[in-house]
Design a protein around this ligand. Sequence first.
Ligand SMILES: [Zn+2]
Length: 753
Amino acid sequence: MIIRQPAAAHYGCSALHRVTWFVIAIPVLSVPLYSQLASTADALTTRPDLRKHGWLIVADSAQTSVQKFITKNSSRFGFADNDALEIIASHIDKNGWTHTKYLQHYKGIPIEGADVVFHADKSGNVQSVNGKFVIGLTATGATSVSVARARELALAYLTSDEYAWENESQEAMIKLSTGNAYATYYPTPTLVFTRNADTLAVEAKNLVLAYRVDIHSVTPSYAYRIYLDPTTGNELRRTSLRSGNCNPTTATVYTVYNGQQTIHTEEIPQSNPTRYRLYDPCRRIQTKYESNDVTNQGTTWYAALDGFTQAHWGAMRTYDYFQHGLGRPGGPLDTTKVMVQKLTSDIVGAMYSNGAIFSDDNSTSHCHDYMTNLDVVAHEWTHGFIENTLADLQNQGASEAKVLNEGFADIFGEMVECYVGSQSDQCGTWKAGGECTSLESNYPRNLKEPTASQGARTYCGLNWSGDVYAKSGVLARWFYLLTEGDTASNDHCCYPITQQNFIVVDGVGTTIASDICYAVLTNGYLTSASDFVDAGIATAYYTDLEYGTPALYSVINAWHAVGVYEGLGENACGTFDVYNSPAVAVSTRAYRTCIPPLGNGLWVKDNGHLTTTSGRYIHMRTGTRVDAGGYFHARIQQPCSTWVAKVGGTSVLESQLDSSLPLSHRTYPLSISIRPNPAHATAMLDIVTNRNVVVDIEVNNLVGSRAILQLGGVQVASGASAIPLDVTTLAAGLYLCLVRTPESISTCYFLVE
Ligand SMILES: [Zn+2]
């Protein structure tokens, strides 16, 4: 017996990582397995009923391990040198039995379908064997097409605008689902013996040598296994890797909320007259009532079943949105179940749990009839989608991650309503569960003006004390502002709207806005415990990478409009104290910035520094207090002139608004600007100040605020100075220039072309 380590795995089975790899070379069987073993009288017998199916039952007296069993019997079998058995998986059951699966190889080439499982009891003694051996195979195993050429040919046979290995999130998913950091959809042609058709028996006469190549495509969406002749390169056959008999029956149905629609169903075999059930075999969506199939005679469904057909249709459309609108094929699980349940104390409204969507069957008190509205189904589906992303945001409890999860679910619910176009009258209403009439079960929710449905529109603002659904309004409104754009105000300083109390957000449209949400989830820019500030950073990061400005400004301004600012520490919501520099730094390009930006009550003390940058106005809220020893620094940019105010030992009242800060506190005005802007090889930094001062100059890019140019200890004289900056090495884009004095930081944005 030869035991050796194989060079590479032949089968992409995750169990391979858990079993010890070895190969046992044994001669090939020349006659069927069971009759060979039955003729060895010392220890073996067979049971006729199993034997008919190729099983072998080993007599109790055999007392032999799998390896010994194979070694002992191989000589009697007359196996040839060209044959080997290779372990591909093993499993230990709850009784301690070990079931080990081997795949037959011929000349080192795997034979598809020729796998044999040895079952050994707790003591390791073989008790039975089943599976399929191939006997009498003769082939040279020679090829004239290389592996690389086979890959080229397969890709020529199966073209794609975007293969799965070219898609970042698909590649991340396969690594996640296999637990293998090197897993990839990039195809590796494998030489195999395969049958000419899956319907043929696993016998030598039906086997041919072929390259097997799996090709996964995102656009268009398909997954095929293609077999190529290794001599000619011709395609032998292909099979879909998406399981199931995808042969739906189209049916006409009535829905509760969306009128007459077309759905896919499945015929119930042998029913007469023919009946159909709510199962879409292509999208693999199954809609049930309790645990029962919902069925109908004929292909025009009874109107009385509209609650179920509504759910089924909604799940189909949601599937289509995720596949075609976002580029993510498949549902939350291989088969997505939509379970309509009797209204009980456990099931009120709708929920997602373990790959299934649950909706109650009696929401007449607040919605209509069934809680199976299109955006409700899409909402629950989104929870399942998020569970299968790298982000996997927490979906329980009251954390901000759960709040974000609910917010994304409402966002994609709205997007699905818009995706179906005229089939829904809810697109653009910005309501989740818009068909509902009261606030029971938290529906309907207003995404555009969440306060209209008892939700929060501002982080830490009105209704922030509500539940996760109320708080999710902050994310929903951010998305609305980002998508459509608006002149926005929030609860902290700019409410109610007056002439100057606003942040202008330019809309980027649904395609970009939904892609940003999709990417931060699937790419793992958010993680399971992410909060709102994380969401702000993640969306800005991705937007900067993917779309640059001005979309980046829209993302940031929309966050500011809902009260989410970067630079806020933990427990940013409510009263908090600033102790040590730079405990809190608020930087915004918003027109108006509030101090404190979140909630009421900020106390700067014990040498703490609060640094704030704003576009035009800074608004001091009642309760803001600056002790002797604490400092408040305010910088106004419009956009490249800066002044600094320093307030110490002062309680700041709401009446002291904006530019009414005492002039005496404008201690060291310093303005900076860059010319030309946009800059090319060399830029001039102009500094105007009223004293001689030593400054540090830094140029940062906007991603991760990384310093890429630094000049320390630069002498600046009172008056105007011009300092040359070499920007030759900077890539085109937007940069932030910082000039630090001992008391202040002045900033200015400029473009490099
Ligand atoms: Zn939810």
